[in-house]
Design a binder for this molecule. Structure first.
Ligand code: SDX
Length: 427
């Protein structure tokens, strides 16, 4: 018999089973609570709620641990590749050499977009935010792939998963090209997944484009760091959309829309804009005070996390990658010194120490992406590109879960109780 948790409500006692995972917090199975007690739990923001069972990613926020299928993010970032991590997330095990080669080749076969999809871009203003374009174009994929939207068919789920992972770099690069008025670049499948993306983004038809290995490696590592992250807001959005049976392209478009928010994936753009606004280290104390002021909506972007109450392990790798990219590009950026100084001051300030606010994945990523040549408006697009494999893996896991049902939370109603309509002449 599973260990039980006891709840007393309305003078009656109820037992609810405790379920243990392979690691991490136990869960109290309250699926029968409403039926037995007539009461709901109340947990806005889901701070204490496990919405699903998953075997993909484990985070220990107190210890700053992030595992993908059991492998620590630091080891994957240093030793693996984004294609290999994608295979791992989708299939549960690291691939053999042959499996990785076959997977990479399969993905490369889906990098091109339907030619008619390219006409969607011209409908946008040139100054449209690229995330607006991503929401529109990825959602429009549903209109092109009727042969892979039967989510009950594992073959359909597999090909639509591969299409989404493969096409995101092409769609993202085209969004950048459209914003700068340059011609779209077609994929060149002789290149790696990440090299192909860099060439589609920064290459032009007029010249050969040479992928710089150090930049390709740094970009690939950034994709690894953003691949998946348990049940974050955008992943939960994808799961909720998928729970209704919506097609995978529509679900990923919903995830992109959610990721855009500055409290989530939009923080990398907001963090670099903040660091540029701060400018020099002498202005840091003023911004630290603003971040602590309850009456000021300003927050230190790139700091804090719902789960990490320790240093985000991804931020550690990001900080190291800044130096590698600066060396490879033979550039420097005073903003990096400001970021290092800001981190040092914040981590010794009682407010940030008490609230356990540490740099997160978004604090340093913008500095690297800016050094590589991306405008800030592309930062969240890159986050969405990389997170697509996580969203797709979580979506597949949800569809295959025998316990999955349509997600339909309830509420604490505090509006007016029933009252009769008053004709306008009597108001
Ligand atoms: C991502 O969930 C994921 O896994 C997300 C992500 C992923 O990979 O998918 O990791 C990616 O979204 C990273 C987070 C990027 N966002 C930012 O950097 C934006 C700045 N950070 C905050 O907005 C905030 O920290 C959140 C949104 C990230 C977390 O918010 P929570 O968990 O709801 O925590 P909270 O807002 O309740 O903050 C707790 C306290 C509050 O003070 P009190 O009300 O208790 O007095 O800390 C304060 C907050 O005011 N606080 C900050 C702060 N973040 C929290 N104060 C100043 N600056 C900050 N950055």
């Amino acid at each position: 018999m599973a260990e039980q948790s006891k709840l007393s409500l309305g003078g009656k006692d109820y037992d609810y089973p405790i379920i243990k995972g392979s690691v991490g917090p136990d869960v109290i199975d309250i699926r029968k609570l409403y039926g037995q007690t007539g009461a709901f739990t109340f947990d806005p923001g889901f701070t204490s709620t496990a919405a699903c069972e998953s075997a993909l990613t484990y985070i220990d926020g107190d210890e700053g641990v992030l595992l993908h299928r059991g492998y620590p993010i630091g080891q994957l970032a240093e030793q693996s590749s984004f294609m290999e991590v994608s295979y791992l997330l989708l299939n549960g095990e690291l691939p053999s050499g042959r499996e990785l080669e076959e997977f990479s080749r399969t993905i490369s076969r889906h990098t091109m977009l339907h030619e008619q999809l390219m006409s969607f871009y011209s409908g946008f203003r040139r100054d449209a935010h690229p995330m607006a374009i991503m929401c529109g174009v990825v959602g429009a994929l549903s209109a092109f792939y009727h042969d892979s939207t039967d989510i009950a068919d594992p073959k359909h789920r597999k090909i639509s998963s591969h299409r989404l992972i493969a096409k995101m770099p092409t769609i993202a690069a085209a969004a950048y090209k459209y914003s700068v008025g340059q011609p779209f670049m077609y994929p060149d499948n002789r290149l790696s997944y990440t090299g192909n993306f860099l060439r589609m983004t920064f290459g032009v038809p007029a010249e050969d484009y040479e992928v710089i290995p150090e930049i390709e490696r740094a970009m690939d590592r950034i994709f690894i760091l953003h691949a998946d992250h348990e049940q974050n807001a955008s992943t939960s959005t994808v799961r909720l959309a998928g729970s209704s049976g919506a097609n995978p392209f529509a679900c990923i478009a919903a995830g992109i829309a959610c990721l855009w928010g500055p409290a989530h994936g939009g923080a990398n753009e907001a963090a670099l804009n903040m660091l540029r606004e701060i400018g020099t280290p002498d202005r840091i104390p003023h911004y630290i005070e603003r971040a602590k002021d309850k009456n000021d909506p300003f927050r230190l972007m790139g700091f804090g996390h719902r789960v990490y109450k320790n240093y985000d392990p991804r931020a550690t790798v990001m900080q190291k990658t800044v130096r590698e990219v600066f060396d490879a590009m033979k550039v420097s950026d005073p903003v990096f010194e400001t970021a290092l100084r800001l981190e040092e001051i914040a981590l010794h300030d009682p407010y940030f120490v008490e609230k356990k606010l540490f740099p997160n994945v978004d604090f340093y990523s913008g500095i690297i992406l800016s050094a590589i040549g991306f405008p800030t408006t592309m930062f969240t697009v890159l986050f969405a590109l990389a997170r697509t494999v996580g969203w797709v893996a979580q979506w597949n896991e949800m569809i295959s879960d025998p316990n999955q049902k349509i997600g339909r939370p309830r509420q604490l109603y505090t509006g007016p109780t029933e009252r009769d309509y008053v004709p306008i002449g009597k108001r």
